[in-house]
Design a protein around this ligand. Structure first.
Ligand code: C2O
Ligand code: CU
Length: 546
């Protein structure tokens, strides 16, 4: 049965990778299951895949996505009497080489680019974007019509864009069910009324987000403000957005998205690639001066998390997380990013003239920095301030409500249906999270699964209170939330403003936020895109303040 198959696929979720794909397609050895259990069936790739380890390293220059330019000025009813800059973003199919020695790959990208052009915003300066779907009518990747929202009667290709981390009114937030087919477009408005942060935009269409993003529909959105500017951080050519994601690539150059062995229900629980792309290239290099650089690291992968380090054994100086600057810079040898998380880091190449430094994850280089010999130096550059901004802790006593929300895989009453759910509900169940505008709430995410899930709330920024171990048995038997140890406060790099939080297994991850923004319907979800597409997403409704 489909439902139980899904269950087993999910249970082995983290095993559904192709850790070491050789030259020929073969079943992953990790797929064999203990006797007596139904084995998950990840289909063998239908065509031979590229083994990235066989490709030459650092032969392609790192692409820097172009900065988007506003084409026109337009009015919008939300900003009476004003002319706002308006950007047009066409989503198109195009082909490009992911590596010098691979045939061109067909991708989908905003303005025919992957990643799409970087949108640059300044706090207090709203703008409009017309997101136009100019894609073909057939999907590039295998759609699972048994997934809610992707049924056969729906147009196969639908898109809607969400700016991740932006406080945007509901009508421009990218409601998944408002996704529209090729030939249509949607005008959205972005108030940019929030602190500077590394945001990103990506597709959010109901039931096919994982495929649309995998196909390339994503880009950076850098929101700036005068406070941040006054810090004198590296800018211009010294600031690089680095958008990371993993893919499987067939030897004919085309993207390969993993599927189950049931062609009628191809969904798999997590899609991992074996090739890590940085700004859309495999093993690129970039020439740098022996100076300090600012890197905007964005994890845009479907399911992969990255543990980044530098081969120079020098630390990153982390200055920001999802929602902007930390209170103080932090030296970090490794930066871990779960899907959709961001890190804003400084890296100093001073004294490394003529050398190269790799940005790495365990077992694999991602990007090579080539430090110019006798290049320009940071003579007289301002030191990095020891405090960046105030991040006042939200007082727990301000919370008007604590919601206990499970992150789970659950059976139905008959004990056989598979649900990947939040709060035990399906997407289409009535709304249960309905915070009041400007109120403060605590959400306690009770992870009942064996995996970490990056949980993201639209509209708001939040703070992590703690992760606290609990008694899973007591929950499963009696729905009793019994803590088994003290709460662990977030480490300093997670103590700033966040919009995506890793909910660890065996833990209750508690976050607190004030629901600022316009009333309306928004979503919260797991950012493992395969989970998000298969019910691990829920609406929430922001009620107007009384
Ligand atoms: Cu990054 Cu709801 O998304
Ligand atoms: Cu998940």
């Amino acid at each position: 049965m489909k439902s139980s198959r899904r269950r087993f696929l999910l249970g082995a979720g983290s095993l559904l990778a192709y850790p070491l794909l050789g030259d020929a397609p073969r079943a992953s050895p990790a797929m064999s299951m203990p006797e007596g259990r139904m084995a998950p069936q990840l289909a063998e790739p239908s065509k031979p895949l590229v083994n990235p380890a066989t490709l030459a390293r650092f032969v392609d220059a790192l692409p820097i996505p172009p900065v988007a330019r506003a084409d026109t000025h337009r009015t919008h009813p939300a900003y009476p009497g004003r002319q706002l800059p308006c950007y047009r973003m066409d989503m198109r199919a195009f082909a490009t080489r992911l590596h010098r020695d691979l045939p061109p790959t067909t991708l989908w990208g905003y303005q025919g680019s992957f990643p799409g052009p970087t949108l640059e915003a300044m706090r207090g300066e709203p703008f409009l974007v017309e997101w136009a779907n100019a894609l073909p009518s057939r999907h590039l990747l295998p759609v699972d019509h048994t997934i809610h929202g992707a049924e056969k009667h729906q147009p196969e290709v639908r898109t809607i864009t969400h700016v991740h981390g932006a406080r945007v009114p509901a009508d421009s937030d990218g409601w998944p069910e408002d996704a529209y087919p090729p030939g249509r477009s949607l005008l959205c408005h972005y108030p940019n009324a929030q602190d500077a942060a590394t945001l990103w935009y990506h597709d959010h269409a109901m039931g096919i987000t994982r495929l649309n993003i995998y196909a390339g529909l994503l880009g950076a959105y850098l929101l700036r403000d005068p406070e941040e500017r006054s810090l004198g951080l590296p800018a211009g050519a010294l600031e690089l957005p680095l958008i990371l994601c993993d893919r499987l690539i067939a030897r004919d150059g085309q993207l390969y998205y993993p599927v189950s062995d049931d062609p009628a229900a191809p969904w798999v629980s997590e899609a991992y690639g074996n090739a890590t792309l940085c700004n859309g290239k495999l093993y690129p290099y970039v020439e740098v001066e022996p100076r300090r650089y600012r890197l905007r690291l964005i994890n845009a992968a479907n399911a992969r998390h990255f543990e980044l380090s530098l081969s120079s054994r020098r630390p990153f100086l982390q200055i920001g997380s999802d929602q902007g600057l930390l209170s103080a810079p932090l030296e970090r040898m490794r930066v871990e990013l779960y899907p959709a998380e961001r890190a804003d880091v400084l890296v100093d190449f001073a004294g490394l003239d003529g050398q190269s430094v790799e940005l790495r994850q365990p077992g694999e280089p991602i990007l090579q920095f080539r430090v110019r010999n006798g290049g320009r130096r940071d003579a007289g550059a301002p030191p990095i301030p020891s405090t960046l901004r105030k991040v006042p802790r939200i007082d727990l006593a301000n919370a008007v409500r604590e919601r206990i929300l499970t992150v789970g895989e659950m059976d139905d009453a008959n004990g056989n249906a598979m649900m990947m759910t939040l709060g035990g509900h399906h997407w289409s169940d009535p709304i249960t999270e309905d915070p009041m505008q400007d109120s403060t709430e605590i959400w306690s995410l009770v992870n009942l699964t064996g995996d970490a899930h990056p949980i993201h709330l639209h509209l708001v920024r939040f703070q992590i209170i703690e992760r606290r171990p609990f008694d899973l048995f007591a929950w499963n038997e009696r729905k009793e939330l019994k803590y088994t140890g003290p709460g662990q406060p977030p480490p300093p790099h997670e103590a700033g403003w966040k919009d995506t939080v890793r909910a660890d297994p065996d833990m209750v991850t508690r976050i607190i936020m004030r629901f600022e923004g316009e009333p309306g319907k928004y979503v919260w979800h797991c950012h493992l895109l395969e989970h998000e597409d298969n019910e691990m997403m829920r609406p929430f409704k922001l009620l107007p303040r009384a």
